[in-house]
Design a protein around this ligand. Structure first.
Ligand code: 13P
Length: 236
């Protein structure tokens, strides 16, 4: 079963979110794909109420906790509203809100204690890629974020090269394959009950079937293409 995750970021208004959620709700249950969507946080409750069978995830949480923290999104809101997944360390959160591997690691622990499945995003810059240091860079990120002494339930790691997000550029298929194999390998030293490695970055209708055909790629995390009904219908 491959995970197909739609990260709608802040692309869609309420009407568009409703219409794509209705489309997803119309699909019959598939053994091939697990479809999860991440609407803007404002729209979770609406989608949940209208389409209770859709699986949703949050795009981020913060670390301020409940209390005097205007504008925060505490993990208890996810728990109370039965949002079971949360993206952590997305590159846009890293650049807009100054998240780093250390904050991602703290958020990860919060997710674990609250039974929320985290989708941990990692990925290298163009210069790291060009200097052929991707593996070393990703290993450091994994080691910064995960703890060898912790037992993790289900963890999803999304490999999203920063230079690939929103650019139309992707690594070669052989590179996606190699990196996914590598990530599965280096994750063996951690205690994960279940680990999934996804690829994200400029996934679209032209490349999605090739990417999903790679055995060690357990799914895709899709941004802009996932806001188009044609792309979503591919998984019907
Ligand atoms: P694009 O698919 O728009 O490149 O975005 C990828 C992404 O950031 C998914 O989280």
């Amino acid at each position: 079963m491959k995970y197909i995750i739609f990260n709608w970021k802040s692309y869609l208004n309420l009407k568009e979110t409703t219409s794509l959620s209705m489309l997803i709700a119309s699909f019959s249950k598939s053994k091939k794909h697990k479809i999860i969507s991440a609407p803007n946080n404002f729209f979770h409750l609406m989608v949940q109420k209208k389409y209770p069978k859709n699986t949703l995830f949050a795009q981020n949480i913060d670390l301020h906790g409940l209390g005097a923290s205007t504008g925060s999104l505490d993990i208890s809101y996810l728990r109370e509203n039965k949002i079971k997944y949360c993206i952590l360390g997305h590159s846009e959160v890293r650049s807009n809100f100054k998240d780093n591997d250390q904050t991602v690691s703290k958020k990860l622990n919060l997710c674990i204690t609250n039974n929320i499945t985290p989708i941990v995003c990692i990925g290298e810059s163009k210069s790291v890629y060009e200097s052929k240091k991707t593996k070393k860079y990703l290993k450091t990120q994994i080691d910064n974020i995960f703890n060898k002494k912790t037992s993790y339930r289900e963890i999803i790691v999304a490999y999203e090269p920063l230079w690939s997000i929103g650019t139309g550029l992707t690594p070669k298929m052989s590179e996606i394959d190699e990196i996914s194999n590598y990530l599965h390998d280096i994750c063996k030293k951690y205690s994960f009950k279940k680990i999934k490695i996804l690829y994200g970055g400029s996934v679209n209708l032209d490349n999605v079937s090739d990417i999903l055909s790679l055995q060690k790629v357990n799914g895709v995390l899709v941004g802009s293409a996932s806001t188009k009904s044609d792309f979503i219908k591919y998984f019907k």
